[in-house]
Each structure stands twice: as structure tokens, then as C-alpha cells.
Write a protein that binds this ligand. Structure first.
Ligand code: SF4
Length: 229
């Protein structure tokens, strides 16, 4: 008999509780790429300010980003933090697409997911999480995004990899082995985990009334402690 992987039980509970999340917030692949770089170590509300500045400054194309003096670009994206480093990263991305794909972002994204991810990882400033944001939310291909929220929730659910030193690839492989390779599912699942971490399973989890409590080892333990009181 096939037993459903616990990750398949978590998803419908989150979806039923929170509903569709409508990610990626923005207006298309360019929004995703720029947002994915600017959101590194930054709250989304600050990224939105930087995105707004870029649009207001008529700097809303890879070519415009490429042509701008680095200091000017850094000043425009200042609200996102680490603005000098992020200006270098945006220009590295824009230069890569210019030199290897004639500046055609759609052509760059229209590759097999594995090849696209590898190429993204070769660009300055793009690590696994940013690469997967772009593969999933800009190219629409199934590559699960792992972030600190995902690790925290998996740990509390009792579903984290057995190796305490497990890295990004091991967490991602859990999802890739357990779920069908469906970009829509990966898109929604990652967004729901982020919502759940922000609203319920924060640094101090609020287990009472949590939609995952029945399938969560931390939630079950807090039930047992409550009964002993
Ligand atoms: S039951 Fe508690 S620890 Fe488990 S997911 Fe919910 S809030 Fe987090």
C-alpha cells in the first residue's frame, strides 16, 4: 500500500487555511528577477520601495540597469539595503543576459530547468535560493525554493533531513522526492510556508489553533504538555 508522504498532507491543510497566495507579487519575469536579487536579506516592503524607485527612474529594463553608472543604480535601490552589493549583482545579471543571450530575458528563461539553474548559479550574486526563485517564479519551472522559514517549519514538523548539518540541496531534495514536479504546486507551497511562518510559526510558535497541529511533532508535544499541566 502506498502511504502519502507527510509533505503531501501538510500542503492541503495550509491551502485550506490560507487560500491561494498569488505569488510572485509583481508584473512578470523582470519583476521576479529584480525582486529575487533585491529581497536577499531584506523585507519585502523595502524591496517594493526599491522597485518603485527603479520604475520611477525609468530604469525598468536589463539594458537600462546595465547602462547606469553603478553609484546611480545603488542610490536608486537604496531602500532594499546592501545597495552597493545589490547594484553589482543586478548589473552582473544584466551583463550576463546581454553577453550570452543578446539581452533577451525570455530566451534566457526558456531553457530546461536544470540548465537554467546551472547558468544562474554561475552569475555573481546568485545563490541557490535566488536561482530557484527565478526558475520557479520567472521561468515557471518546478524547482522548490528553500528558505529559513521552510527549514524552521520542517524542523518543527519533524520532517527535516536526519543529518543536522543538512544544507540547501538536502532540504530541496526532500520536496523533489516527495511531490510531483508541478510548478503550480511548488509555487503555492513555498508561498504558503512563508505565510505560515510569518503568521503562526514564528520564532515562538503559536501552536494553539494551528492548522498543522495534528501533523506536527512540536504541536503534539505542546498538546501533551498542556494536558500534564
Ligand atoms: S503546531 Fe506549532 S510548531 Fe507546528 S507548525 Fe503549527 S505553530 Fe509551528
Amino acid at each position: 500500500m502506498n502511504v502519502a508522504h507527510p509533505l503531501l498532507e501538510v500542503y492541503p491543510r495550509l491551502y485550506q487555511h490560507y487560500g491561494p497566495q498569488g505569488w510572485w507579487p509583481g508584473e512578470g519575469p523582470l519583476d521576479v528577477v529584480i525582486g529575487a536579487i533585491l529581497t536577499q536579506a531584506a523585507a519585502w516592503r523595502n524591496v517594493e520601495l526599491a522597485l518603485r524607485n527603479l520604475k520611477a527612474a525609468n530604469c525598468w529594463s536589463l539594458e537600462a540597469i546595465r547602462q547606469l553608472p553603478p553609484d546611480d543604480l545603488a542610490a536608486i535601490i537604496r531602500p532594499s539595503g546592501y545597495f552597493n552589493a545589490k547594484a553589482r549583482k543586478l548589473q552582473a545579471f544584466a551583463n550576463h543576459v546581454h553577453h550570452h543571450h543578446g539581452g533577451d530575458l525570455a530566451a534566457f528563461l526558456n531553457q530546461d530547468a536544470g540548465a537554467l539553474r546551472e547558468e544562474l548559479l554561475s552569475i555573481h550574486g546568485i545563490g541557490p535560493e535566488t536561482a530557484d526563485d527565478i526558475v520557479l517564479y520567472a521561468a515557471g519551472q518546478p524547482s522548490f525554493v528553500i528558505d529559513a522559514y521552510t527549514r524552521r517549519i520542517l524542523g518543527r514538523l519533524g520532517l527535516a533531513p536526519a543529518n543536522p548539518k543538512a544544507g540547501y540541496a538536502e532540504y530541496q531534495s526532500l520536496f523533489h522526492r516527495s511531490l510531483p514536479p508541478d510548478a503550480g504546486l511548488f509555487n503555492e507551497y513555498h508561498a504558503l510556508l512563508d505565510r505560515h511562518a510569518k503568521e503562526r510559526c514564528g520564532k515562538t510558535p503559536r501552536c494553539a489553533g494551528c492548522c498543522l497541529r495534528e501533523v506536527c511533532s512540536t504541536g503534539q508535544r505542546s498538546d501533551a504538555l498542556t494536558l500534564q499541566d
